[in-house]
Design a protein around this ligand. Structure first.
Ligand SMILES: [Zn+2]
Length: 830
């Protein structure tokens, strides 16, 4: 946020000039329906409320969806506080509930989900960009990856920049949930003091960044913590109704939660949300259909901080500005009452706003008459005044721009301004500038000459041309920019001066990407895994190319001395099949593809060899989860395989398949499979091998309320234990069992070089029919034996494995291929 320089414009002259200077401006009745009055009313109410609150509340969370959306919403919507959320990571280490993306690709998606949630919460998301390496059990493990000092340094910098008076967090230093939660909770406590300490990270104290004393830190109170006698508690009522939006605050919070789609499924209705919360939180609820109160305990306060009144419902209660600061941002009133009381009297609001607006102008311009004591608060105050004026005049802006810019080309933007208010407004060329913060530098506009009047009910589009520098830094693929500030692309923003009875700024912003002229968007498979069966086969790759240029691309893809011609229309994308011959040298560890023509890009695919063989004559059917690790692995093993939908399954003759695999979490992602499960069990009973990969305990365990029968042929109950150490030693309980010996003899080497974790939701109870073959545990914990269970069933076999094979298969871990080969060969290998 910066304080703009500006000069008052001469309204009347522009009215005359308007008709002359709009050759390049399209004035038209708005094609789209204008926003309803209620939306304008909401925007006006919020801007006026924001003007009354000079404080900032920050919610700190380890991962997207850990933020307390309800409290953020209450603080902004009810009290008008500036709200920000700060996330340690992008949540890239979690499981993806809706698609195949994992790791950085998933992080890039979660960054956007968080942005969408924050939009609904009325808050601003910020990220520390620490790596989410997956579930861990201790803060120590998190700090091992993050670096304790580095994590703290980043958090302190954000606090110093965002200057919150209050920090709230769902994470507690004393809980023993996710290690990244514990580490985040610790860093918050440390950063509270460190941000105010000039000796901590002194190199940060430049370019307007100063030390910052947070006044209060609140930690979410769980269970009976809230009832501790000396605790200072703030209670947030999630069931309260938003007076202008006509919704319960927690209902808005649910809409925000639903944006975190990769972490779903979320309740669809408020009632479902309330019930689920009551069932899982263990907190005392209110009436049915209502959420329990949210309670926070004051964990830390600054020396000399204003006292928090008892039984407060507002984290900011009791905080006071100095008299000078309070005067700088004094909210305008009418007859001593807040402007929000006068929504139906816009003329009175405008007059009141004009008075305070004029007062702030002593801080503005090239030679301001006064220097603000608190520039940060004043800049917010000015921003909110502008927003209130824009809302009062029904003025809306948007920046129409291509989603992707290509370095070295020019792009056409349009600034669209619509007037939904009762008065004509004029828009002046003064201050028309377009800037892309951080990344592209100042984009400047051509010599624009426009001054125009927009009558009520009309809109204009102002064309802008931008030449993208040849050395502009690319922002795609987003997954490659998760840790370098470019995961959202680059923001392009613009502002102009609008004048009605008074002048104000209006602006618009859009996130765009910068791409190379020719982009290799995707290549599959990557890595390439070969086995003794497939090493000598031709290898097929699919390469998705996008031409971001204005001209046709004529070129070729080169690999292994072969050329594959490519042509692509301007701004077009194409999947190109490339077939490499059977002569890949056995020692080869990468395959390189070069795209060349008017532009040039090179990509490299790693190659892994897995010494995995399978029984003869296998035919595998599988019900796929969200990713493609299973079909890719079956291809690498050279096995004939077929993907089955649940409908296929109902009608197919399963006896044609030697084994059938139910991929991880499919009973949850395709719940219709539950009704068809008997057919799978009958298939095993008749002689087939049925293999089921991991499920979460709450989506697997028998539960009449969720219509979950026992899905395995014998009792099999999952717990919530995980083995998160990917190097945790493995003990072979039944080393002679055929599943560990045929056709591949499995040994300790097969559990080397694993990624992220061993397994999830380990079975805690199983029928004696099952043989448990492997045992493992995280350091210092009790052994878990249910990672790989196998049982005979009728003439066939049933295998359940809670180990995370899909992550290992994706990464090309040879042992996973050898174990998969044994599973699909089980009952068919000699
Ligand atoms: Zn979390």
């Amino acid at each position: 946020m910066k304080i703009f320089n500006n000069r008052r414009t001469k309204i009347h002259r522009y009215v005359l000039l308007a008709t002359l200077a709009i050759a390049s401006i399209i004035t038209s009745p708005r094609a789209q329906q204008p926003a309803g009055p209620s939306e304008d009313r909401v925007a006006l109410y919020q801007a006026l409320l924001d003007l009354t609150n000079p404080w900032t509340v920050m919610c700190v969370a380890a991962h997207p969806d850990d933020e307390d959306g309800t409290s953020l919403i209450v603080m902004r919507r009810k009290y008008g506080a500036h709200t920000v959320s700060l996330f340690s990571t992008f949540g890239e280490g979690g499981q993806n509930a809706i698609g195949p993306e994992l790791y950085e690709e998933q992080g890039a998606i979660r960054a956007r989900e968080t942005m969408a949630a924050a939009e609904i919460q009325g808050s601003e998301p910020h990220f520390l960009g620490l790596k989410d390496f997956g579930y861990s059990k201790t803060a120590a493990e998190a700090f091992k990856f993050w670096g304790h000092e580095e994590g703290l340094r980043r958090m302190v910098l954000e606090i110093r920049k965002l200057r919150p008076e209050v920090i709230i967090t769902n994470h507690s230093v004393t809980s023993n949930d996710h290690g990244q939660h514990q580490a985040t909770a610790r860093m918050v406590v440390e950063a509270f003091d460190a941000a105010a300490d000039p000796n901590k990270f002194p190199e940060q104290l430049k370019d307007g960044v100063t030390t910052w004393q947070v006044q209060r830190l609140f930690v979410r109170a769980r269970g009976n913590q809230a009832s501790v006698a000396d605790a200072q508690i703030v209670t947030i009522d999630p069931n309260e109704r938003d007076p202008v939006r006509g919704m319960v605050y927690a209902e808005e919070a649910l809409q925000a939660l639903q944006q975190h789609a990769t972490q779903g499924p979320w309740p669809k209705t408020f009632a479902e949300y309330a019930n689920r919360f009551r069932a899982f939180s263990g907190q005392q609820g209110g009436a049915p259909g209502q959420l329990p109160m949210i309670r926070y305990r004051l964990e830390k306060k600054a020396t000399g901080a204003d006292a928090l009144p008892k039984q407060s419902q507002n984290f900011l209660d009791g905080l006071r500005l100095t008299e000078i600061e309070a005067n700088e941002v004094a909210a305008p009133t009418i007859d001593g009452r807040p402007l929000t009381d006068f929504l139906d009297q816009p003329a009175r609001i405008i007059s009141a706003l004009e008075v305070s607006w004029k007062a702030t102008q002593r801080f503005l311009g090239p030679s301001p008459r006064a220097v603000a004591q608190d520039k940060y608060r004043v800049s917010f105050f000015i921003h909110h005044t502008n927003q209130a004026l824009a809302a009062l005049h029904g003025v809306k802006t948007s920046l129409i721009a291509p989603d992707v810019l290509s370095a070295g080309t020019s792009a056409n933007f349009k600034l669209s301004i619509s007037n939904n208010g009762p008065d004509s407004i004029s828009v002046s060329k003064n201050n028309l500038s377009t800037s892309g913060p951080n990344l592209i530098g100042l984009l400047c506009c051509p010599a624009l000459t426009f001054d125009t009047v927009i009558p009520p009910g009309q809109s204009v589009e102002i064309p802008l041309t931008y030449s993208v520098p040849a050395d502009a830094r690319t922002t795609v693929p987003h997954s490659a920019h998760l840790y370098d500030d470019r995961v959202f692309g680059t923001a392009v923003s613009t502002s102009v001066v609008a004048t009605a009875s008074n002048w104000f700024w209006i602006g618009a912003r859009k996130w765009v990407d910068v791409a190379p002229p020719i982009e290799v968007q995707k290549i599959a498979p990557s890595p390439l895994v070969v086995t003794p069966t497939t090493r000598g086969n031709p290898h097929n790759f699919t390469i998705r190319l996008v031409n971001h240029q204005d001209t046709r691309f004529d070129g070729k893809i080169t690999s292994q001395g072969l050329n594959f011609p490519v042509d692509l229309l301007p701004h077009a994308a194409k999947d190109i099949e490339v077939r490499l011959p059977r002569s890949l040298p056995p020692e080869m560890s990468t395959v390189e593809f070069t795209v060349s023509g008017s532009a040039r890009e090179t990509v490299t695919v790693p190659v892994f060899f897995a010494n995995a063989v399978v029984a003869r004559g296998l035919r595998v059917g599988y019900i796929r989860g969200f990713d493609f690790s299973l079909p890719n692995a079956l291809n690498a093993l050279g096995v004939e395989s077929k993907e089955l939908s649940v409908d296929d399954l109902k009608t197919a003759d399963l006896s044609k398949f030697t084994s059938v695999i139910v991929d991880n979490r499919v009973y949850e992602s395709k719940p219709e499979l539950i009704a068809a499960n008997q057919k799978l069990l009958d298939y095993a009973n008749g002689g087939g091998t049925l293999i089921v990969f991991y499920h979460k305990s709450d989506e697997w365990n028998p539960d009449t309320r969720r219509n979950r029968p026992q899905l395995a042929p014998y009792k099999l109950i999952l717990g919530n234990e995980r083995i998160t150490d990917e190097n945790a030693p493995i003990t072979f309980i039944e080393p002679q069992h055929p599943l560990l010996n045929l056709p591949n003899k499995i040994g300790p080497d097969d559990f080397k070089d694993w990624i992220q974790e061993r397994g999830l939701y380990y079975p805690r109870e199983w029928d004696p029919q099952f043989h448990a073959l492997l045992q493992s545990n995280d350091p210092g914990e009790a052994p878990l034996k249910g990672g790989l269970l196998v049982a005979d069933y009728g003439k066939g076999h049933y295998i359940y494995s809670s180990m995370v094979w899909y992550r290992q298969l994706r990464a090309g871990v040879p042992g996973a291929y050898r174990m998969l080969a044994n599973m699909i060969s089980y009952g068919h290998a000699k």
